[in-house]
Design a protein around this ligand. Sequence first.
Ligand SMILES: [Fe+2]
Ligand SMILES: [Fe+2]
Length: 269
Amino acid sequence: MPRWTQDDIPWEAFEPGRLSQDLLALAKAAALTEYNAAQYTRTLRKVFSGDDAFARLVGDWQVEEEQHGAVLGRYGAMADPSFDFERSFRLFRDGYVLPGGGDQSVRGSRAGELLARCVVETGTSSFYTAMGEATGEPVLKAICHRIAGDEYRHYRMFLEALRRYQPREGLSLPARIRVVVGRIRETDDDELAFAYHCANESDRPYDRDRCNRLYSVSAYGLYRYHHARKVVGMTFKAAGLNPQSRLSEWTSRWAWRKMGRRASVPLSG
Ligand SMILES: [Fe+2]
Ligand SMILES: [Fe+2]
């Protein structure tokens, strides 16, 4: 069961004058990817068939992710009455196919799948933390605070499962690094760009590069160095590397520069 509900959000405190259009566009896109959690649950249940305890955790996880989508969708419709959440979601769900079709793990092992999930939850937890810190709009801030807390718990949940499977499967360090790098690269795949399109400009033809750039500039523009440090620390920990090491610090600086470049990609052309 989710640890909070829509009734815990102070909807009446909404201050439209303090909401930037960039953040609204991101929140609407995030509503669609979050609400689509059932697709991932189906894959996880197949990959982890026989692990009933984990299947139960995944069921709870799906409910929380769908609640994130519903809350962000309600927020999007409140801030932009032309936003039809259900219609946008249908467009997204019908048009987006998981890498590999969703019938099997594309990571090659259960440990690899769990490590990839840790990378995703690291990304979402940092994204909502950064968005909550960036916005002055009180309702969005409250929503981001609640969701970021859930995402961090999800990270812990997948990390605990990873620590059960890793001793059995013994995923090598190069293999773990391949999973992490592979999953980070997928951030540029269709999912976020297509969600941005469905949520914000479904009246025009889908232009993946354009939507990817619009999404990246707004999203990476939210990040500060301490977010990059946290992202790298959580990822290192999941990969079995020391988050306090010099390599971790060096990687954080590298990641921070890369985020800065992604936040300033020109939008024309
Ligand atoms: Fe979520
Ligand atoms: Fe999550």
